[in-house]
Design a binder for this molecule. Structure first.
Ligand code: SF4
Length: 224
């Protein structure tokens, strides 16, 4: 029997921790508002495992079918991960320019403006929230502190999956298919976090959250 991956439990705990933090923020997001659900969302291999393990094989297969039938020709295919980005910044190296346009299309997992995997959606989706109505102001608005917290969660999730890969949600789902007929898929290697991206003015405010995140991520196997 395959051994249970305790990182999946720890990922669930990180999601819960994030949800608890965000519950203290006034967000305008509500069911049926899906303007941020585009074909550009990304995730790590650990998050894809979390989705497939939670949904089971039958729903997992229908996920693949849904993506295959609604694949956006043009979609955001990242060249670097959040930890890769942090590393480049710390080393003073050039950051690759990345194109990302919501007009490229809707997320293939969106149906009638409702996410078909909402309870197990990846962090990239969880962090797509707004403190003002996006349709009125033209884009999601978040406080600088929430942006810092989002980056930290992304860094920790990648750190937990530092031997895995990341990519566009469609590329990752199709790439996990046992048949190799899909072309043009792009995935990138995850990296360990060389340093955490916390601006000095937020250090105090995120200190206890950081402690909780580290406690979850560093829990030994079997303690999850
Ligand atoms: S996975 Fe769900 S929440 Fe994420 S972009 Fe797609 S429809 Fe939206």
């Amino acid at each position: 029997m395959a051994q249970h991956d305790s990182r999946l439990d720890r990922l669930g705990q990180l999601y819960d921790l994030y949800d608890a933090f965000m519950a203290k923020n006034d967000l305008v997001c509500h069911k049926g508002c899906a303007s941020c659900c585009t074909c550009n969302v990304t995730l790590t291999s650990l998050e894809l495992d979390y989705i497939t393990a939670s949904l089971g094989p039958e729903k997992g297969a229908s996920l693949m079918e849904r993506v295959e039938n609604n694949l956006a020709e043009k979609r955001f295919q990242p060249q670097t991960t959040i930890n890769g980005f942090a590393r480049l910044c710390m080393e003073g190296r050039e950051i690759p320019e990345e194109e990302n346009d919501p007009a490229w299309g809707a997320c293939p997992l969106l149906q009638d403006n409702i996410c078909t995997i909402y309870p197990v959606r990846p962090f990239g989706c969880r962090s797509l929230v707004s403190q003002e109505d996006c349709s009125r102001v033209g884009a999601a608005t978040l406080s600088p502190l929430v942006l810092t917290v989002n980056n930290l969660f992304m860094q920790y999730i990648e750190q937990m999956d530092c031997h895995g890969i990341s990519g566009n949600l469609s590329d990752m789902i199709l790439g996990a298919s046992p048949d190799f007929r899909f072309t043009g898929l792009v995935t990138i290697d995850n990296q360990a976090a060389k340093g955490l991206m916390v601006p000095p003015e937020h250090r105090e405010q995120v200190a206890s959250l950081l402690q909780d995140m580290a406690g979850i991520c560093n829990a030994r196997r079997g303690q999850a």
